[in-house]
Write a new protein. Structure first.
Lengths: 242, 94
């Protein structure tokens, strides 16, 4: 088997459409995870486990006690530490084959190009709408796939955006919700994060059917998954005029 | 005519925690008016002062966005299912 330490990937390489070639695709890939909280922690953990070669983690925050019910890479001893640092420490112990670039800072129009330039795929694991819109604009402009996830309480959402081929975030929502502190149980971002990580792996391997023009709604209380159709808006200010 | 309306988590408190309710109306606008009678405050959460859908709220009829149909005037049939889907930020907004 090629590659040092690839035995750990043996079980996934048995899958149809994966094999050594698929694992090499993962190993050569660079995924940016924006937000290292409830969604970003499990996404990073599973992409690290799967052997995605390079990850960029972006987050401006430090670990707070109220994060600990869901942000599984951050532990009691990490309170006060930058989230990206706390995450990198765990991830490198988990799989030292993976290269990780931590970026401790607020994503802005001025910084996004420098930080995300080298990523092939972007994961939207954010906790606020204004930054999501910056990320969506950047993904559309650079035509990078954007795997979106969002949560509120027992409810989660996910979709995969391929710029100019599928609806972008602004095609679906013309603006963000009013600000507020939301309730959340850790299993909701955990569930949505698994969907996001699965979407990333499929995109990298080029197999399966991603959540394209489909907006998935997960209801943990009723335990339902419901998908609605979304479509590009010709007058979308971000990806319109096509 | 009654149709099923799926209620998102963000406004379930207005519906005594219900995840799905029935409402009467021939158009989406009439459905919202009917919901408002039984669950006061709903209309204000979904619509602006002019009675139009807020820009961060989407309503789907049978999985189709009403903005791609006839908006609030979209006509309904007996077995239609409505889903209200507001944008969610996904955490703490500072």
């Amino acid at each position: 088997m090629q590659g040092h330490g690839w035995l750990r990937y043996h079980r996934q390489m048995l899958l149809k459409g994966w094999g050594e070639e698929g694992q090499r695709k993962l190993s050569n890939a660079h995924v940016a995870i924006v937000g290292v909280g409830g969604l970003g922690c499990p996404v990073a953990l599973y992409l690290t486990a799967a052997g995605v070669g390079t990850l960029t983690l972006v987050d401006a925050d430090a670990v707070e006690e109220t994060n600990l019910n869901r942000q599984i890479l951050h532990w009691q001893k990490d309170i006060g530490k930058p989230k990206v640092q706390s995450a990198v420490e765990k991830l490198l112990q988990f799989n030292p084959n993976v290269k990780i670039f931590p970026v401790h800072g607020q994503l802005k129009d001025e910084t996004i190009e420098k930080w995300l330039r080298d990523a092939n795929i972007i994961v939207d694991a954010l906790d606020n709408f204004p930054t999501r819109l910056i990320l969506n604009r950047y993904a559309v402009r650079t035509r990078k796939p954007l795997v979106h996830g969002a949560i509120y309480g027992w409810e989660g959402r996910a979709t995969t955006i391929l710029p100019y081929k599928t609806a972008c975030l602004t095609c679906v929502f013309e603006e963000g919700p009013p600000p507020g502190v939301f309730p959340v149980v850790g299993t909701t971002p955990g569930t949505i994060a698994m969907i996001q990580a699965t979407e990333v792996l499929k995109l990298l391997l080029g197999i399966g059917q991603p959540l394209l023009n489909r907006y998935l709604i997960y209801d943990g209380l009723m335990m339902t998954f419901h998908t609605v159709k979304i479509r590009r808006r010709p007058n979308c200010p971000v990806c319109g005029k096509f | 005519m009654a149709v099923k309306v799926r209620i998102p988590f963000a406004i379930q408190s207005l519906f005594d925690g219900a995840t799905e309710v029935e409402a009467e109306g021939r158009t989406v606008r009439e459905i919202i008016d009917d919901l408002e009678k039984r669950y006061p405050g709903v209309k204000q959460r979904l619509c602006d002062d002019d009675g139009e859908l807020r820009r961060f709220v989407n309503i789907f009829v049978n999985d189709q966005d009403i903005r791609s149909l006839k908006g609030l005037e979209t006509e309904l049939s007996e077995k239609d299912e409505i889903a209200i889907i507001p944008a969610i930020a996904g955490g703490v907004v500072r």
